[in-house]
Each structure stands twice: as C-alpha cells, then as structure tokens.
Design a protein around this ligand. Sequence first.
Ligand code: NDP
Length: 331
Amino acid sequence: TTVFVLGATGYIALHVVKDLIKKGYSVVGSVRSEAKGEKLTKQFGGKFTYEVVPDISIEGAFDEALKKHPEVTVFLHTASPFHFDVTDVEKQLLVPAIEGTVNALKAIKEHGPQITRVVITSSYVATCSLEDDGDTSLVITEDSWNRITWEQALQDPVSGYYGSKAFAEKAAWDFYKNEKPNFILSTVNPGYVFGPQAFDEDVSGTLNTSAEIINGLLKLNKTDSVPFYKGVYIDVRDVAKAHLVAFESDEAKEERLLLTENRFYSQQLLDILHSKFPEYAHNLPVGKPGQGDPVGVKVDNEKTRKILGFDFIDLEGTTVDTLKQIIDANK
Ligand code: NDP
C-alpha cells in the first residue's frame, strides 16, 4: 500500500511517516521545497519519495502530484499553519487551512479515484471553544464542535488558529457529505502534542509550537515568572499511531478520533523538570511547586480509546522524553 502524506516535514507528520515505513508502507510525502524533500529522503532512506507542493491554498496545487502517483490508495492531510507569529490572520491562518483542505479533497476526488481512505489531522480545538475551557460542567466528546465565528477568529492569532482548525474540519465534512466522493473520511483531533522530535538531529533553537512549550521552560532565568499554559495533551507517538489506525480500522471509518490523555498546566511540566533533571534545573525558576491545578472541561473520549485499543503515554512520560532529547542535543 502506498500512502500520500501531505505536509511530510511537520513535527507530527515525521512520526507518522516513520511509523508507516516501519510497518512496510510506501510513502509519497508532499513538501514545500526540493531541499526539504532531499533532506527527508536522506533521513528515511528507501521507502520515501516526495513531490513538491509549495502552496496548498492554490486551487489545483495537488493535481500533478496525484496524477503522477496512481499507486496511492491512502491520503493523510497533516499540513496546516500552526504558529501564532502572524500579522494577517485571514491570509496566514484561515485561508491556507481551509483552502488547503478543500483543494486536497477536490484533487483526490478528481485525480485519485483509487484512493479509498483519507485522514485529516484536525485538532481538539475544533471540538472546544476557547472560552469554554474553564467550564467544569462541560463534557467534550467526539461529537463536540467549537462554536467560533469568522469575526471572532479574526480577533487575534490564537483565536485565528482555533478558527482555522474548526472551519477547515467543517469544510472537510461538508465536502464529504455534499460531494459523496469515493473515499472514506476520518479525522484525528489531538490536544497539545508533546514528545520528542522524530530525529534527534532536528532539535535546534526553537521547536514547533507545542514542543516549544517544554523547550521554553529550559530557556527561563531563575527570576522569570513561569509562562502559564493549560489544556489537554497527548504524546506525538500516540498521535502517529492513531493516524495509522484511522485508515486501517473499520471502526475508525467516518470517526473523529479525539486524542487527549489528560489535562496539564505549565507548573506540572516545571515540577517534572525539577524532579527528573535536577542538574539542569538549578538555574531555572521553581514557580509554585505542586500548586495550580486549573480545572477545566472534562473530555470523554472513551469511544476513541476503544477504537485505538492502546494506552496513551502519560504526562511524566511525554515530558521526560521531550526534555531528555533537548538536554542531550544541548550538550
Ligand atoms: P508543524 O508546524 O511542525 O507542521 C506543520 C506542517 O504543515 C509542516 O509540514 C508545514 O510545512 C505545513 N504547512 C504549514 N502551512 C502550510 C502552507 N501554507 N502550505 C503548505 N504546507 C504548510 O506542526 P505540527 O506537526 O504540530 O502540526 C501538524 C498538524 O497537526 C497541523 O494540522 C496542526 O494543526 C495539527 N495539530 C497540532 C497540534 C500540536 O500541538 N502540535 C495539536 C493539534 C493539531 P513546512 O515545514 O514547509 O513549513
């Protein structure tokens, strides 16, 4: 089986590609430049080839890549802008996320009729509105949706990211319902993703947005206040495994796999750093050890856990492995 991975250079996608190759799949990855494609070919060796698709928001962007690969039967769409360093929310977050998704699905329908399974990397943020996070009476499930409007999404980059994921996933399900394509659609909806980079050699100054939350702790000075983050998390290796189940399993057909292990807040990450890596932590702030525990919405993802059939890595496991890789790279 050959799998097309749109956005193969990403933090999550590299783990997905690694798992696919380990399980004997052939992979065609899309990358935005020749140089990025060559780097991945070196890193993955034999079973990886690539196509250059510089801008996913342009109509027809995927047509050539798909026409060239009639052997592809599974399509994983992981590419979407995930950073808050934007000046134009609409142009830099909303449009590429939504248009990229719709263009990919259109191209599959027109140029990849042999493709039977499609998986989109959506997000937990497509299931829960930003302002609902502290609502302890709310239970988020695989059926929940973020209620954000276009106007609210334009307000700031964080709202823009929430909107980009919610609107893009909605557009995908609408396309699926209205166009009745040949393929079966499933989505993977992860919370904050932590865990090591797929390749140690790729650990450098600033990491992808979610892993940087942990990397950022190591950059603090003793007198700095601790940046406050809270939310739900999942390890990147579990996210990768879920992408494979999403197209391999019958139970995952037309499902949204809601990937969260538990809630976290940044003081917990710092406490783990101090207790497991004391020799690196003595120059860092301690914050208020053991204090915080900001409560929030409950997540009930029993359905997802049952479909996946494996246990998720816990906060200590994901934090320690993330830190260990960064600390080793910094040596
Ligand atoms: P990365 O930033 O590492 O990966 C993003 C990927 O998307 C890269 O391959 C990037 O290409 C590509 N991309 C971004 N914008 C464009 C664009 N305009 N045109 C073409 N390609 C583009 O982040 P992650 O691996 O974390 O994210 C992957 C997916 O997972 C995204 O859909 C994200 O929304 C989702 N997600 C991530 C979570 C997390 O906490 N990490 C949580 C929930 C969902 P390039 O490398 O060339 O820039």
